[in-house]
Structure formats: C-alpha cells, structure tokens
Design a binder for this molecule. Structure first.
Ligand code: C5P
Length: 402
C-alpha cells in the first residue's frame, strides 16, 4: 500500500497502442497500492487487450462506450470525470491526443477529459515519426498549455522494430508522476526537505575505494514519501543502483566532502535535513593518481577523519540522523542524538534479519530529543519513511507560526 494512493480514484484511459499491455501492469500495481482504478478503454485499445483483463485486475467495471450496457456509469457519462482524483491516459496515441487537443468528445475517454476538474497526465506512446510530426508536437503543446502533464515518451526499441522515441514511460516512473500529482497539496507543501542517501565512496586510487554496504533504499524511500506529501524534495545521493525518483531534485555525489558541500548549498533553505546516507567516517589522506602496485607484503593507507555533516550543518532546520548499530542500539543512538544536536534519531540494529543494509524492510526505533522512544516492528522502508515524515511534520507544525 502507498499512502498517497489509498482510496484515490485514478481514472485510467487506455487507447489503441501495442503499449496497452503495459497499462495492465500499471492498473495492477495501482490497485495493489490501494488506488481505485477506473479504466476507460477506447475501441482501438480493446483490439489489443480485453476489458475483462482490466476488470480482473482492478475488480471494477470497465467503461468502453458512451452507452456501455455493462458499465455502472453508462447513464451519467460524466460520472467518472467527477469522481476522478487524477486522470491518466496511458498509452495515449497520436489520434487520442489530437482529439483531446481539438476538444472532441465522441467517446467516454475524450468526454471525461473535457468534463473533469481533476489533474490530467498524458503518457504518449506511438511510432517515433508520428510522435515527432509537427501535428502531434503542436497538439501536445496545446494540452500542456491547458495544464495537462505530459510524461515521456522514452527512447528505445519501438514495436516497428526500429529504435527511437515513442515508448510509453516505465510503469514505476508513471506511478511516480501520479503520486507526485496526488500529493502536491499535501501536509509538506511549501516545505523543503533535504535527504541524503547511499554510501559515500572514498577513493584510494583510480581503481579502489573505501565504501560501505548501504543500498540507498531508505533515503530514496524517504525522498519519495516527502514528495508524496508535497515537499520540495532534494535528494543528495552517493552512488546507488536505484533510479532517480520522479519530481525530486537529485544531486549525485561520491565522497563525504562532496556530500557536505552539496548539503551546505541547499540546507539553509530547508525546513528539514534527513541524513540517511552512510557517510564514510574516514578517507584516504591522499588519492593516488595511478593504480597502486602490490609489490610489498603489506600496505599502510593513512586515513583522515571526514567532517560530520550533521554536526557541522548549522541552521534552524529539523535535523534527523540515523544510527546503524550492531550492539547497544539505544545507548549508542541516544548518545548520537545529543552529540549531533538532532531532533530525531532513527536507530536500527543492522544484525536484525531483513532489517539492515540492502533489504526492502527495516526495523527501527525512533528516538526524539525529548526522550520519547518508539519501537516499530519490521516494516517496509516506505512505511518507515512515512513514520519518520509524520514526526517531522509534527515538529514543523510546532515551530511554524499559526
Ligand atoms: O556517527 P555515525 O556515523 O554512526 O552517525 C550516523 C548519522 O550521522 C547518520 O545520520 C549519518 O548520515 C550522519 N553522518 C554525518 N557525517 C558523517 C558521518 C555520519 O552526517 N561524517
């Protein structure tokens, strides 16, 4: 379940492109995340996939015509438009885009596009030349100027066999856009949250480095959760294998010093700083410009201490740190909370099965400056992220004037 999607009416318009099969995955993932997915299919779309497939995945009626006998919405043809929290057209063909640009309303989808007051996302998918044709480009510009959000298309292999622009954007990206739009007026709207993620890399020579086992998943989950609540989110990320979250400003760094420099640039404008990154405590005093040779039986590398970014970042923002510990969890975390001048510390025992580096779950204790200690069971990192942000929100409410 994804909080920003739970109980939301997502009207999914599906038009006649081979990328319809991806819309099945989108409908399924949105439903699993808690959204109420109302599918409207054009005639062309039902040539590629059946309404039954969508109905089976969403457990809801599918609308296929303005007088659709099997649809509960058949009489009131604008019912879906009114119900919608967001309307998403994915895939959107050149033909559907052209009809929308003209304001035609000859099927349930174009009627809904005209009638709805909800935000609209258009995800084009078509042959590259059709997409690049000035007619399509002009139509997309019109829709954009009317306030619709155009996402994609991507470059890649197209159904025609050629490589070019025109692929429907990936499902996860599309869900990111839907989440961002649904959350834009959330509790953290007008707030800036800076989040660090990943394990820093300290270079020994061109081939080797000191790093750690952080996957970045906790920090990325925090960035997505902050964005979902409407925050202007800045993610300062050490190298990870994760995709950039949608609608988040991502700044890539490698070393602790680079991370500190970027945090300094943006933290003064932020209401909260969450340091989820595993920052290397030490770095090699010098980085060799050539690969070191193994010509002796031992090697000494002199290390110097990195600055503590949390301690050295000054300002009135809410500060949140993490304490990844293998022993004396609470004692060590409380000490760091005080030493680093934090408002909250998130302590996790990295020896807990499925609760440490690289996993999708985490088991944490959130300790606040005033001594409140909250012990959570093993949860998804997304859920942990929401718990942390809920507490930051309370702290920000306390500080901000009414
Ligand atoms: O002291 P320790 O590394 O365990 O503290 C962890 C917390 O401090 C994390 O939130 C981490 O991002 C932050 N930290 C930092 N600068 C460092 C080391 C850790 O901001 N040099």
């Amino acid at each position: 379940m994804i909080p920003v999607l739970i109980g939301k009416h997502v009207v999914l318009g599906v038009t006649g492109s081979i990328a319809c099969y991806k819309a099945l995955d989108l409908a399924s993932k949105l439903t699993q995340a808690g959204a109420l997915v109302e599918v409207i299919m054009t005639h062309g779309a039902s040539q590629f996939v059946t309404p039954l497939a969508f109905r089976s995945l969403t457990h809801r009626q599918v609308t296929t015509s303005l007088s659709c006998p099997q649809s509960e919405h058949s009489i009131e043809h604008v019912a879906l438009a009114e119900k919608a929290d967001v309307v998403v057209v994915a895939p959107a063909t050149a033909h559907c885009i052209a009809k929308a640009a003209l304001g035609l309303a000859d099927d349930p989808l174009t009627t809904t596009l005209l009638a709805t007051q909800a935000p609209i996302i258009i995800a084009p998918a078509m042959d590259g030349h059709m997409y690049q044709n000035p007619a399509t480009q002009h139509n997309l510009e019109k829709l954009h100027a009317r306030g619709m959000t155009i996402v994609g298309p991507d470059k890649g292999r197209l159904a025609s066999g050629i490589t070019g622009i025109g692929r429907l954007i990936e499902t996860q990206q599309l869900i990111g856009h839907i989440r961002a739009i649904l959350g834009r007026n959330g509790y953290l709207a007008n707030k800036t949250i800076v989040i660090s993620a990943g394990g820093t890399q300290e270079h020994i020579d061109p081939a080797r480095m000191i790093t750690n086992r952080s996957s970045g998943k906790m920090g990325y989950a925090l960035a997505e959760a902050a964005r979902d609540q409407g925050a202007r989110t800045i993610l300062i990320s050490a190298p990870t294998s994760l995709s950039d979250p949608v609608a988040v400003q991502v700044i890539k760094v490698e070393t602790a010093l680079e991370m500190q420099q970027q945090v300094n640039q943006v933290a003064s404008k932020a209401e909260a700083l969450i340091m989820a990154a595993a920052v290397s405590d030490y770095r090699p005093k010098t980085t060799a410009t050539r690969k070191l040779k193994k010509d002796s039986n031992s090697m000494d590398i002199e290390l110097v201490k990195n600055p503590d970014i949390l301690v050295e970042t000054k300002g009135s923002m809410v500060k949140v740190g993490f304490a990844a510990e293998s022993n004396d969890l609470i004692e060590n975390a409380k000490l760091k909370l005080v030493q680093k001048g934090l408002d909250l510390i998130v302590a996790n025992d990295i020896t807990t099965p499925n609760g440490g580096f690289g996993t999708d779950t985490n088991k944490v204790v959130i300790i606040s400056k005033n001594g409140v200690e909250e012990n959570f069971p093993l949860m998804s990192k997304e859920s942990v992220a929401h718990q942390i942000l809920d507490r930051i929100r309370v702290l920000l409410d306390k500080f901000s004037p009414c």
